[in-house]
Design a protein around this ligand. Structure first.
Ligand code: HAM
Length: 458
């Protein structure tokens, strides 16, 4: 029977109960998902590992809003990128302006660096972030519409050693969470100077083949010819493979930078592959670009992407005491990373991020002991012990099963006798030994045992 007030939900399948119809109607939106307690340990472990690895290298956690003025992304990510052209979740304001759910973290962190004048305080700053991002993409293996990134951004140095540090840091994160089999791909796409000459070259080489490009690329030919190099359309890819390579057209300073990045990676013992076709899909990059890819992921195989952006801070109106502020960073994608983890590594990470078992489970052994059980639980929690109890009026046996499932170290049994005698029957769940402990001395009794390793004599 429809419940009062729920009558407007049409029943799609005849004979299916109303509750099921309703439950089937409300689902997490396509490309998003819930993370339930059984799985959340894995996510916490990834987040905490990122925090630990980045903090160890001097990066400071930074939290920016989840939405920004749309203009920020248009300006920094780039008007002709896939993200800005077709993947942004944008809300129009009444005055004709709009806000956009952040599709990536770099523009927000760069905006914060400029807005708070961090360059004045100390031009060299290392910042990191962890959180959800939003892109309207086709959901596929490891790719979702709400996804989660952990990323770093370092501003105020154009040293190639910093490029090397960030690449090594991403690798340290993957090593720490137990991801095997990733490959580091790097390239240099030069500075604005080398790219302006290279653009001319691209135009001249593409002129006669414009008609064979996809519609987007035909437009990009006019507006931003470099973006064509990142097109994923098959017809365009075939043409792209015949074009000159940007890394072979670097100015002397960019070529030296590129050599030093490669020498640095070799010195740090990080194997890499030079992928001359890697240009990355965002407009702000200059010089070094990189991706970590994993074979188990299909076509969208990057678990991390990053690179240098020496003009971004300037584009957003910022500068340091000594002029332009360069920067570099990367973001790891948690969904692709989780999809690429082996079952073993996933299990280990989930365990590492999950809370330990309870200190105690309060077992109500008679109907009248309910309030006494809740009072005991309150007292224990206030004292810092973790504990839970039954709220479903279940049998003693069922409560003991809960104590087991929740990996409680002790079951604290309260029945008529215990309540009358001001005592608690304490059962050590590992050894199954039981003893009666005076109610007034219980906290001390537990404190003495919580310091001792599980299973050792009390
Ligand atoms: P990106 O390559 O767009 O770069 O994203 C970085 C990583 O986020 C990707 O390698 C992938 O692992 C993950 N990712 C991207 N889109 C999705 C999605 N729809 N679902 C799941 N995972 C996804 C950036 O975002 C730059 N902000 C990185 C950066 C930082 N460059 C310099 N600093």
């Amino acid at each position: 029977m429809p419940r009062p007030g729920w009558g407007k939900v049409p029943s799609p399948v005849e004979g299916v109960s109303w509750e099921k119809d309703v439950a089937a109607k409300y689902r997490a939106p396509r490309g998003t998902r819930d993370i339930l307690p059984e799985e959340v340990g894995l996510w916490r472990h990834l987040e905490e590992t990122a925090r630990a690895v980045f903090t160890r290298a001097g990066y400071g956690e930074t939290r920016t809003p989840i939405f920004e003025d749309t203009e920020l992304f248009v300006r920094s990510t780039g008007e002709d990128t896939d993200i800005v052209e077709k993947e942004m979740y944008t809300l129009e304001r009444a005055d004709g302006t709009s806000i956009t759910l952040r599709p990536e973290g770099t523009p927000s962190i760069a905006r914060a660096y400029v807005e708070h004048d961090l360059a004045k305080q100390a031009p060299f700053r290392k910042l990191f972030y962890v959180g959800p991002m939003f892109r309207y993409e086709r959901p596929q293996a490891g790719r979702t519409r709400q996804f989660h990134q952990a990323g770093v951004e370092a501003f105020g140095s154009d040293s190639p050693l910093l490029d090397v540090e960030t690449i090594d840091l991403a690798a340290q994160f993957f090593d720490a969470i137990g991801l095997g089999g990733y490959e580091i791909r790097i390239n240099s796409i030069g500075c604005a100077g080398c790219r302006s000459d290279f653009r001319q070259l691209l135009r001249s080489r593409l002129e006669s083949r414009r008609g064979q490009l996809c519609e987007n690329c035909r437009r990009r030919f006019e507006r931003n010819v470099f973006r064509i190099l990142d097109c994923k359309e098959e017809a365009c890819r075939a043409i792209i493979m015949t074009l000159p390579l940007v890394a072979e057209h670097l100015c002397a300073a960019c070529a030296a930078h590129w050599q030093e990045v490669q020498a640095g990676l070799k010195a740090l013992g990080r194997p890499y592959v030079h992928d001359p076709h890697l240009v990355r899909g965002l407009d702000y990059y200059t010089r070094t670009v990189y991706e970590f890819i994993h074979g188990g992921l299909g076509a969208r195989n990057a678990v991390c992407g990053g690179g240098r952006y020496d003009n971004l801070i300037g584009e957003l109106g910022g500068s340091g005491p000594a002029g332009p502020v360069g920067g570099i960073g990367f973001a790891v994608g948690f969904e692709p990373t989780i999809a690429a983890l082996s079952a073993d590594a996933r299990e280990r990470a989930t365990k590492a991020g999950s809370p330990p078992g309870l200190d105690a489970y309060v077992v109500r052994a008679s109907d009248g002991a309910g309030l006494a059980a809740l009072q005991l639980a309150q007292e224990l929690r206030r004292a810092g012990f973790s504990c839970d109890l039954d709220f479903e009026g279940r049998s003693l046996k069922a409560q003991m099963r809960s104590a087991n499932r929740l990996q409680a170290r002790f079951a604290l049994i309260l029945g008529e006798d215990e309540v009358a005698g001001n005592s608690v029957t304490v059962r050590d769940m590992a050894s199954a030994s039981q003893e009666s402990v005076p109610r007034a001395g219980l906290l001390e009794w537990l404190r003495a045992r919580s310091l001792a390793p599980p299973g050792s004599p009390g």
